[in-house]
Ligand binder design. Structure first.
Ligand code: FAD
Length: 511
């Protein structure tokens, strides 16, 4: 198949084949391996961490430490956009996930507890989350890539830099491959027509680019104002799965919580709070975590010791950031023959549950844009940048705005002010307080009263519709405003203990 120029002739039934090297073998790297292989390319995937072979997802959960991607041991929700993408573009992978015990969580189930006779429409079938542990996804995905593609998967090898030459017409560095270090310490190189950086949020890409003389790789980065604690539980033998009475997640202002349905009768609970909240930081302690979770309305019955038992420690993840790397500032790439995807490109507050979906989107974007511009690396990078700006950056911007608003709310609460008092003494309106009131006293109750609003919110949450659609749709805004207009008539909904009640629980559990 090789021609004298090192290019491939067309593979029968597929497009022309090229050598693609992927750095990082977690979700983004594995999705990319799948996407590029499906399009007929030869793929080499280089993963730093050596993961032991396991016969089941349950064994992988016990044995995979995931030092290279520690978040893989935390609760994960997989959004409908990811579920639908896997189902439609890679039905064989979808079948493998279901065979490994993954389940689906459709809109009809989610609204059952809230609406007595919900009026469902055909489009609601698109709103289906995928429920399984993150390690289960990684284990199934890796096995699938190894069995169903010709990917040359090498783990225990660490990429240390890029091979490049100068592209004469553009003057940009043209990446020709990577340097990597074997477990033994030996340095090796591999050539590539395209290098895909899927090495996660701590990618060394900026240093690698500097070494080959490209302009600096700039990034925007801002703290999410949150820390995360997750713990996994197994339902006891013979115990039926408890009903999901009430929302699967909630925001008490001082504490966010969610229950994540997994596979193999395992589920997890995540608690999140502001890093500045010293009292809440003690949820890292197993006894405090248990006491706080038992006090929460929906997760409480699930963690009852008669129903389930904890099977892990409490995992903590601090210093969370929203980060966007500008690989193609003003549309011009910093180098040719290279593109970052997944967390290496952008990552955001995990509370959004968007990370793996963004990894999926960026992996397929890379493969699809490459198929369109196989022999024009500049056009490939420009197209990729256009699509990233269109399909991913608006979500990032939306998360940044939400986090800034949440941090401001924390400040208002800490000062003991009314967060919703939007009418100033001089008669003018405080726009931030007004927005808070509209969201908390309008949108949140509207989601319990009006299925049209719930549907619109869930479509955006699941990355099926653009975040700007919610308040921009005149009909939706009117529905939310109608509920907001009745805010003084409504009994406040109790999502869980208030802060001082919870601090008492914490004090008792801390002994
Ligand atoms: C606490 C927490 C909770 C989260 N919850 C969710 C959720 O509910 N839903 C969701 O969709 N997302 C969630 N996310 C985000 C999600 O985990 C990430 O978006 C996702 O893991 C990104 O995948 P990735 O492949 O880009 O990077 P990673 O998963 O970080 O993987 C990078 C890989 O590259 C390897 N690597 C690094 N450097 C090198 C090198 N030099 N050479 C070779 N290999 C290298 C690493 O070993 C690793 O395997 C969460 C994140 C956090 C922190």
């Amino acid at each position: 198949m090789h021609t004298s120029e090192g290019k491939d002739e067309e593979a029968p039934g597929r497009g022309p084949s090229r050598q693609v090297v992927i750095v990082g073998g977690s979700v983004a790297g594995l999705f990319a391996a799948l996407a590029f292989s499906r399009q007929g390319h030869r793929v080499t995937l280089l993963e730093g961490e050596r993961l032991p072979d396991c016969d089941s997802a349950v064994e992988a959960f016990e044995r995979w430490e995931r030092r290279g991607a520690p978040q893989a041991r935390h609760s994960h929700a997989f959004l409908a956009r990811l579920h639908n993408g896997i189902r439609d573009r890679t039905p064989d992978l979808y079948a493998d996930l279901m065979a490994a015990g993954a389940e689906t969580l459709p809109f009809s189930d989610l609204v059952e507890a809230t609406f007595e006779n919900p009026e469902l429409i055909p489009e609601d079938d698109e709103i289906v989350l995928l429920a399984c542990r993150r390690i289960t996804l990684d284990w199934v995905l890796r096995r699938h890539v190894e069995r169903a593609t010709d990917t040359d998967y090498r783990d225990g090898v660490r990429v240390t830099g890029l091979l490049s030459e100068t592209d004469e017409p553009s003057g940009l560095p043209r990446v020709k491959g990577v340097r990597f270090q074997e477990d033994s310490g030996e340095e090796t190189t591999v050539e590539a027509d395209l290098v895909v950086d899927a090495s996660g949020r701590n990618t060394q890409l900026a240093d690698w680019l500097k070494e080959i003389g490209s302009p600096p790789l700039e990034k925007d980065s801002e703290g999410c104002g949150i820390f995360y604690c997750s713990r996994f539980y197994r339902l006891r033998d013979g115990v039926e799965t408890p009903p999901l009475e009430g929302p699967i997640g909630g925001d008490l202002g001082y504490l966010k919580y969610a229950i994540f349905l997994g596979d193999s009768r395992i589920f997890s609970i995540t608690l999140a709070a502001a890093p500045s909240d010293d009292a809440l930081r003690s949820v890292r302690d197993a006894a405090v975590f248990q006491a706080v979770t038992e006090a929460l309305p929906t997760p409480g019955p699930w963690v009852d010791p008669a129903v389930s038992e904890p099977i892990t420690d409490v995992y903590t993840y601090a210093n969370l950031k929203n980060t966007l790397r500008h690989f193609a500032p003003e549309g011009r790439p910093l180098a040719l023959g290279l593109y970052p995807i997944g967390d290496a490109l952008l990552h955001q507050n995990p509370i959004s549950g968007r990370g793996c979906t963004s990894a999926w989107i960026s992996a397929w974007l890379a493969a699809d844009c490459y198929a369109e511009h196989l022999d024009d690396p500049l056009a490939f990078a420009e197209k990729m940048n256009t699509e990233v700006q269109r399909q991913l950056v608006p979500w990032y911007a939306n998360m940044l705005a939400q986090d800034r608003a949440a941090k401001e709310r924390t400040g208002v609460d800490e000062r003991g002010e009314d967060p919703f008092a939007f009418q100033r003494e001089d008669g003018s309106i405080d726009p931030k307080a007004y927005m808070r009131s509209l969201l908390v006293e309008g949108l949140v109750p509207a989601m319990r009263e009006d299925i049209v609003v719930t549907r619109a919110f869930m479509r955006i949450f699941n990355m099926l519709d653009d975040p700007s659609d919610l308040m921009a749709a005149p009909d939706l805004l009117a529905r939310v405003m109608a509920v907001w207009g009745r805010r003084d008539e409504r009994e406040p909904v109790r999502m869980g203990p208030n802060r001082s009640e919870m601090l008492e629980e914490i004090a008792t559990a801390s002994g």
